[in-house]
Design a protein around this ligand. Sequence first.
Ligand code: NAP
Length: 501
Amino acid sequence: MLLKSGKVITKLLIQTRKMHLLHDKTYINGQWISAASNKIFEVLNPADGSIISTVPDMDIEDTQKAIESAANAFETWKNTTPKERSYFLRNWYNLLIKNRDNLAKIITLESGKPLPEALGEVNYGNSFVEWFSEQARNVRGEIIQSSTTTKKILVEHYPIGVAALITPWNFPHAMITRKVSPALAVGCTCVIKPAEDTPLTALALLELAEEAGIPKGVLNIVTSGRKNAPKIGKLLCESSLVAGISFTGSTQVGKILYKQCSAGVKRLGLELGGNAPFIVYNTADVDKAVEGAVTAKFRNCGQACVAANRFLVQEGVYDSFVGKLVDRVKDLKIGCGFDSGVRIGPLINRAQFEKISNLVGDAVAKGAKVVIGGIPAPKIGELFYEPTVVVDVNKNTMLFSEEIFGPVIGIVKFKTEEESLDIANGTDRGLAAYFYSEDIKQIFRVNRNLEAGMIGVNEGLISTVEAPFGGIKESGIGREGSHRGVEEYTYIKYTCIGNLE
Ligand code: NAP
């Protein structure tokens, strides 16, 4: 298995290095450039630790250049018509479609997710470019009736200016297009800061944006190693040339950005961490619940903000659910994302791998029982961890209270609906929640009482371009996607025209 994957990866690397989409420079003001310091960092394949490429390790001097480039470009981009911006986005979308397979390969190489999932992410990510190419022409103002005949009230939407977009490694394509597309659609320009682990997909997206004719300076990207991220983030938050920040990542970093933006009362969109409950009631169709659990948990090896995190199962269906789930988990093939049939790839990096090992270790030390998995898979690679089901999880464990971000299901048994809601809502997060029930009254009751921005009822896959994505509590501020996605990048201007007699 290891040898086969190794050969596949090496062959792919050789092919990918020849691809025009793989860049070792970054893109600022329409130029592919190195860092001012000439420093670089390595991008690693988490499946085998091999070096895929190097990219510029930029710092605040480079970030300042990127901000100035975006600020200059804004002066012309803001005056383009919605029709023109729609055209550029559509051109970009067409190229993204044409290059779908190569984009997916880059995602699998640098993030480790199985190729079919990477293709799924490309389709999802591309859908934002298509959607906002359509929304560009649908941003409408209002004429509101005044209380006097001598005045007219006009309401229009204007682009905020330069938008700084900071994105995570778990969806290296979609987290960028979900922000860039609405920003461009309304006339904003962008500085993008991708994660250290996955800058190559971001650079490939920008290559295609350049080919699509998006003018120089409209999109700029600052690649950097983890060490420089806080400095770069601070500059983006504090620069008077940046009008707004949109961040997807951990709640911990989101709070830092929130504080840093307060000095300039800067516009801020935050898509932060989740801690989704997945509740199975006695009224559930258990087979559907098991399928939903596998979908909601194991996509991207559990490394998704909307991943089901705390499994609550009512006592009447507990044994049946656990038994069927374990049978299903046995079938999940673990391995290199390029191997056929693989469902579970590696964790993204060593820190993430150690976190998962510690969470399971802590839960077991406090009385939980591992039913399947619960161990690393070093024969496949250093960052692989077996898909795991743990029962009798104590509610005071880290496995239950923290966002797991790994292929581990921890299950708690409950007695009453009220108890399930108390547990589900007993967190400072409120991104996604899932529950399974065939009782229509219960569905509406539980839906009303669950504290989350997004809810899957008898459904484990909820993200889609048409729906508003976002959370409540410490899971964030604002919504992405849907027709509301443009709101983060516009401000409302009310104009009063008087003395009309
Ligand atoms: P993270 O550490 O917060 O990193 C996210 C991004 O922020 C990366 O580009 C990172 O750069 C950068 N960053 C780190 N420290 C920074 C700072 N002080 N100032 C400015 N930027 C900084 O999160 P992660 O571990 O990559 O991603 C996992 C988290 O993202 C999870 O909590 C997950 O739930 C959340 N997430 C949320 C959503 C959502 O839509 N709600 C979607 C996906 C993921 P470096 O990589 O260089 O450190």
